[in-house]
Design a protein around this ligand. Structure first.
Ligand code: CMP
Length: 142
């Protein structure tokens, strides 16, 4: 098993609900270590740049507007298979389809206000970590 890093964002809906600690606790009790974190109120440009792969999708505009509607908490999670593990903990993108006990089933309201983001693969994780934590070049290699 390899130790991986993944980028996680607690979105404005979950920050507003005051559940950062509850979500962090899920990471920590499931073998994911928070090795970098920062809170930010993203600009439209930052949020749009982060989600640039979705630029042509019909939901892009609403997604960006939602992501800049309040502060977010951004973190790098470290652990064995952290990318897949974090996705398992988050549950399906659409909270209505998320398995019981997942972060999205427990804290999310809709497909946009879905509480958390997590990188979907090793290449994306590297790009996303570098996007929000450019100083952490040490994580880029794995
Ligand atoms: P996230 O994991 O942050 O990645 C892209 C986001 O776009 C996703 O979570 C959802 O919040 C949002 N989104 C809105 N509509 C859709 C959709 N139809 N399919 C996928 N993602 C969507």
């Amino acid at each position: 098993m390899t130790v991986e890093h993944t980028l996680s964002i607690i979105k404005p809906d979950a920050v507003a609900k005051n559940v950062i600690g509850k979500i962090y606790s899920r990471f920590e009790t499931n073998g994911l270590k928070i090795v970098a974190s920062r809170m930010a109120w993203l600009s439209e440009q930052e949020a749009g740049g982060f989600y640039v792969v979705h630029k042509e999708r019909p939901f892009f505009k609403d997604l960006v507007q939602f992501m800049i509607s309040g502060p977010v908490m951004i973190q790098v999670l470290e652990g064995e298979n952290s990318i897949a593990k974090n996705r398992e903990l988050m549950g399906a993108t659409d909270p209505k389809k998320a398995e019981a006990g997942t972060i999205r089933a427990d804290f999310a309201e809709s497909i946009d206000a879905n509480a958390v983001h997590g990188s979907d693969g090793p290449d994306t994780a590297k790009v996303e970590i570098a996007y929000f934590f450019p100083e952490l070049s040490v994580f880029r290699g794995r």
